[in-house]
Design a protein around this ligand. Sequence first.
Ligand SMILES: Nc1ncnc2c1ncn2[C@@H]1O[C@H](COP(=O)(O)OP(=O)(O)OP(=O)(O)O)[C@@H](O)[C@H]1O
Ligand SMILES: [Mg+2]
Length: 265
Amino acid sequence: MQILKTEGVKKSFGGLTAVNNVDFDVNQGEIMGLIGPNGAGKTTFFNLISGLYQIDTGSIVFDGVKISGRQPYHICRHGIGRTFQHAKNFPGLDIRENVMMGALFGKKGQSRKQAAHEVDDILEYVGLGGQGHKHVPDLTLAMQKRVEVARALATKPKLLLLDETMAGLNPTEVEEAMVLVKKVRDSGITIIMIEHVMRAIMTICDRIFVLHHGARIASGLPDEVANDPAVIEVYFGQSDDSEGAAEAKTAETADSDKSAESGES
Ligand SMILES: Nc1ncnc2c1ncn2[C@@H]1O[C@H](COP(=O)(O)OP(=O)(O)OP(=O)(O)O)[C@@H](O)[C@H]1O
Ligand SMILES: [Mg+2]
């Protein structure tokens, strides 16, 4: 069953078309990867789905309801949670209070007491149990990313949008993040993940959608996408790799390019 469907979605900033006529769909329970070079329009696409930006043309339907044109808090309460590429934790608050913001924002009528109870469960769930008193500036990048995920989960999403939650993590932390993403999906939450860490994308995604200059250039199963000439062309500037080499090359190059970065692109 499709949980999200976009048709002809377009967004321009002045003369720049950041998202160009994108038809996209995700099925309930999938982990969908969203990849593409820097500036491809991936984050903008998340901003359109979550209502932070309004689409110029097209439509976005989520869980049977047209959400394009709605405000972010409506969309959040309808069941779409998200993280931000550039972590948007509240630096003056501790971990618990950060996650509490999600619990209070996402669910109408939630009392502070109910929210506080849920927050402890969520912190435990994402591996931050017993650490709620710590402040964001004192956390490792991996922990900050987990706080982002925890806050998004606290809004009780049916669909979770993860924007580069593995960027800048070391290989062990990436493995741990992959385990968490799969656990979230197995709990019944559909996931779309933007990621440059190809090893993670290729391993845990059911399908992958590739954007370039705002438009879809490929989509399908991980193996299909990794061997797609258009994808190879965009990532490596050539399309004559021998079969199978593309996937290995994609994984190695993207991992060394991106996972070594300490910040975000
Ligand atoms: N608010 C904005 N105003 C003007 N231009 C924008 C805005 N947001 C994004 N853009 C432009 O839209 C294009 C797509 O940007 P976007 O951030 O969506 O790319 P991305 O695929 O997420 O890239 P990255 O992998 O580097 O995060 C870029 O050229 C960017 O400069
Ligand atoms: Mg981005």
